[in-house]
Design a protein around this ligand. Sequence first.
Ligand SMILES: *[C@@H]1O[C@H](CO)[C@@H](O)[C@H](O)[C@H]1NC(C)=O
Length: 215
Amino acid sequence: MASHLLLFGLLMATCSLILASDPSPLQDFCVADPNSKVFVNGVVCKDPKLVKADDFLFRGLNVMGNTYNDVGSNVTLVNVDMLPGLNTLGISLARIDYAPNGINAPHTHPRATEILTVIEGSLLVGFVTSNPENNLFTKVLEVGDVFVFPEGLIHFQANVGHGNALAIAGLSSQNPGAITIANAVFGSNPDIDANILAKAFQVDADVVTKIQAKF
Ligand SMILES: *[C@@H]1O[C@H](CO)[C@@H](O)[C@H](O)[C@H]1NC(C)=O
């Protein structure tokens, strides 16, 4: 009986691991057909006979993103929308540019773990574990250092060097998604009721209204 329970537990653990990331491909490739009218989990495959090398190519990650914005950073994401050959492969790539003092604000990827390496400059990076501990794991990264942000956890990067910084990140989904905490909480459409956020953040409602006005 106990061994049955153990087996059941192991099975459940294995299943949840599989369901937590993009499903494995059942064929060599399934190049996304953006014109299909059919909705599936992912994107419908283009006729394999019409697939060309260009379907597996994206050019332009050498181009710096424009960091002239409120946070001083820019993410150029190469996901399945930019590179149709990524469909069903469970992977994507990003270039992140940081102006001096720029940050990639606290955010989470609902569908991906992220592995990041610094190409230029120094970055303070961190992620926070889930309730109830909410432990902050943080590190200063130099060129060539690699750090991993586990799937779903809130994380950030800040340029703590003297000039611009540049990082490249791999993500374990063809469509990792990004939820920037400040935008989602204070910039939702329509606004979350200020009294709800006032209680959640333990501040007066007018503080919430002031923050909401900035998004
Ligand atoms: C990021 O850079 C691209 C290319 O320069 C630009 O089109 C885009 O508006 C920038 N995004 C932000 C959030 O500044």
